[in-house]
Design a protein around this ligand. Structure first.
Ligand code: PLP
Length: 407
């Protein structure tokens, strides 16, 4: 599809979902908020409202002597080991496949990691002067950073439609050969934002097999890996064993933002193929901030601890139960595999967002602001609104009750 009229490298901000939401709502007065909630009520932003464990502040204070030091390139040894130990607990990875020093890289978050991974994997020199640009495959709808990074890297983002019929995941087998040949990078979010759909092992293995056949990299955005509703969703590292034990073509991205209610800590990591990790590290050393030592000390404790994560997961599970009680199966709702968003089919997402704001002071994100139209003008997000279930049970219940009344 024609993309550069949608996403302009000189004006990435215009394409940002929240910039678009501000233009939609800023001149409209907010209606009275639901009982018990403060107005306006921002259900548009996927930012945790709970706090990380108290030991985060303790670790940062205990390591305050390290603020004068630059963050070490790849991350501290203990941090990389804690990330690796968590991967080994969370996924079925044969022993010895992941060496913390060679296959893991500390990052401020998945956002920075995905942005710089795009810079590192999209080739900057064309084989011939008139060759079409390299392709980045992106699910549609998508987290805006994927497309922004692709355009910033000089690639052509190719958006793969997802819908309730495709289980809200892209059908990679349907991508034309001509596109696969040009593909440098494919980004898959699982569990996905906005729909909360998780790929199963077969889908993950099929994608990696395709990537190896056509020699492109797959960046798996697994930042919602710990926020699941029933069983722990599979991750790309779960299928490495069945694919011959190699990490070729594979990068996974994780962070503490959702897992530990620590979005402001800026602490995460990437793991995967050694050459790809080295390339990512090289570009992070040029333009990245690194992760400060006191932050990594706190992060080390967070990755070592699963107890606080159980409470955070239970918080979102309880909110999904409330959504089920209030909404039943209206708006195509059913409890998703993971994440903390409702993705509701309301017919016209923009019109619904306006009404909820006008009548109830509730801010939700029109699905169309997370997606683009195809060549025929069909936008797979247009019917939807995205609602972040980040507030406590009382506010969630009152807000969803009002939303159901109004829509
Ligand atoms: C799908 C997805 N990927 C990545 C991020 C970035 O998260 P962080 O950089 O805090 O890990 C977010 C944050 O909202 C997200 O929803």
């Amino acid at each position: 599809m024609e993309l550069h009229n949608v996403i302009d490298r000189q004006n990435l901000q215009a394409f940002h979902p929240f910039t678009r939401l501000r233009s939609l709502l800023d001149n409209i007065p907010a209606g009275p908020a639901p009982r018990g909630a403060s107005a306006p009520l921002a259900l548009s932003i996927g930012e945790p409202k709970g706090q990380p464990p108290a030991f985060v502040a303790e670790e940062i204070a205990a390591n305050a002597g390290e603020w004068s030091r630059y963050p070490p390139g790849r991350g501290s040894t203990v941090y990389l080991e804690a990330c690796t130990a968590w991967l080994q607990r969370r996924y079925e990875i044969p022993a010895g496949i992941i060496d913390p020093q060679r296959h893991v890289l500390a990052l401020p978050g998945t956002r920075e990691g995905l942005f710089f991974a795009t810079m590192a994997t999209v080739p900057q020199t064309a084989e011939t002067p008139d060759a079409p640009p390299p392709v980045v495959l992106i699910p549609n709808p998508f987290y805006h950073v994927y497309a922004g990074a692709a355009v910033a890297a000089g690639a052509e983002p190719v958006f793969l439609p997802t819908s309730s019929e495709t289980g809200f995941l892209p059908d990679y087998q349907a991508v034309p050969e001509e596109i696969l040949k040009r593909t440098a990078l494919c980004i898959l979010c699982s569990p996905s934002n906005p729909q909360g759909a998780a790929a199963n092992r077969r889908q993950l293995a099929d994608l990696l097999t395709l990537a190896r056949k056509h020699d492109f990299v797959v960046a798996f955005d697994e930042c919602y890996a710990e926020i699941y509703t029933r069983t722990p969703p599979a991750g790309a590292l779960d299928v490495v064993d069945q694919l011959g034990g190699s990490l070729d073509n594979l990068l996974v991205f994780h962070s503490l933002s959702k897992r530990s209610n620590a979005a402001g800590l800026r602490c995460g990591f990437a793991a995967g193929n050694e050459k790809l990790i080295n390339a990512l590290n090289a570009i992070m050393l040029v333009g990245g901030a690194g992760v400060p030592l006191p932050v990594m000390a706190a992060g080390t404790r967070l990755w070592r601890d699963d107890t606080h994560v159980e409470a955070i997961r239970a918080f979102y599970q309880a909110n999904f139960e409330i959504a089920q009680q209030v909404l039943g199966n209206r708006f195509g709702f059913s409890i998703p595999d993971g994440g903390f968003f409702l993705w509701l089919d309301v017919g016209d997402g923009e019109a619904a967002a306006k009404r909820l704001w006008q009548e109830a002071g509730i801010r939700v994100l029109p699905g169309a602001y997370m997606s683009v139209a195809d060549n025929e003008g069909y936008n797979p997000g247009a019917k939807y609104i995205r609602i972040a279930l980040v507030f406590d049970a009382e506010v969630t219940k009152a807000a969803l009750g009002r939303i159901a009344e109004i829509l």
